[in-house]
Design a binder for this molecule. Sequence first.
Ligand SMILES: [Zn+2]
Length: 327
Amino acid sequence: MRFARFFQLLLLLTVSLVVVPAQALQVTVTIPPLAGMIAPLLDEDDKIEVLLKPGVSPHGFQLKPSHLRILSQSDLLITVGSPVDAWVNKYAQRVEANKIRLADLAAIEKLPVRKGGLWERKPGKAVMDDDHDDHDDHDPHEHHGHDELSYDGHIWMSMNNARLSVRAVSDWLQKQQPQKAAVYRQREADWLAKLDQQDRINRQRLQTVQNNAFFVLHDAFQYFENHYQLKGVGSVRLNPEIPPSLKRLSELREKIQKNQVKCVFQEPQFPSKQMQRLTEGTDTKIGSLDPMGTSYLLAEKGSQKNYLLYDRFSAYLTDSFMQCLAD
Ligand SMILES: [Zn+2]
């Protein structure tokens, strides 16, 4: 009798072990910073796939059919939802994964595309660079889309938007696995507290350089600048994929000399010699900013990941600004 009960129990236990364990999730994101926002919410067995590999710019990127397999295996697909990752749209429609688009979240912060001064594109041009008049009829860069939007599509650069995406993904996880809701809520609270702490550290550091003017290579950092009240005064490239014309370079040189521009920031995804030409014979320094964060991975010893956690990402961006802008 006792043995019978024992075996009954054992059977129950075995069955429950086979049936109950929550299945590992696969979450796919388009660009690395999206992975860095939500990774701390997931279990160790869960898998994060990042479609854009380290060192690659999302601008002008094209998905291959092989990515369709990754997408079709996903439980959740997280995208920016702006033209920056519009390359995923036609594939995303075909797969069953649940989808979270940052751009669609309630209360998401959206800033207008910057115009005026050196942010401006030439009026009446279909393409954003003055070198490419001949493309007016057929725009090879339309997938980029910086100029088709009413808002700046680099919304992942905002710490506030990162928080919103943490909450949205946590809500989704709680609905998927209600039996673990309390675990997810705790992870969400812990991660948000960590982001808040990093945010305060960044703000404190960047306060000291708020009055130092700088150029960026392309206007990808507006949300970061706005959040920490930094003094970006223009971008070197109007279209991130197209080098600036000589005319624009000379306008920029003039502005550097007039405005005491302390620093110009290049980006690892767009190697460029124009920065040296811009700053030659001036006191302006050349720094580097990475809107994907993956170039900073080299400094993360022992990391096997292909993305940076968002608190580290924001800390490295802060470092980059400080290195170039601080006296
Ligand atoms: Zn961009």
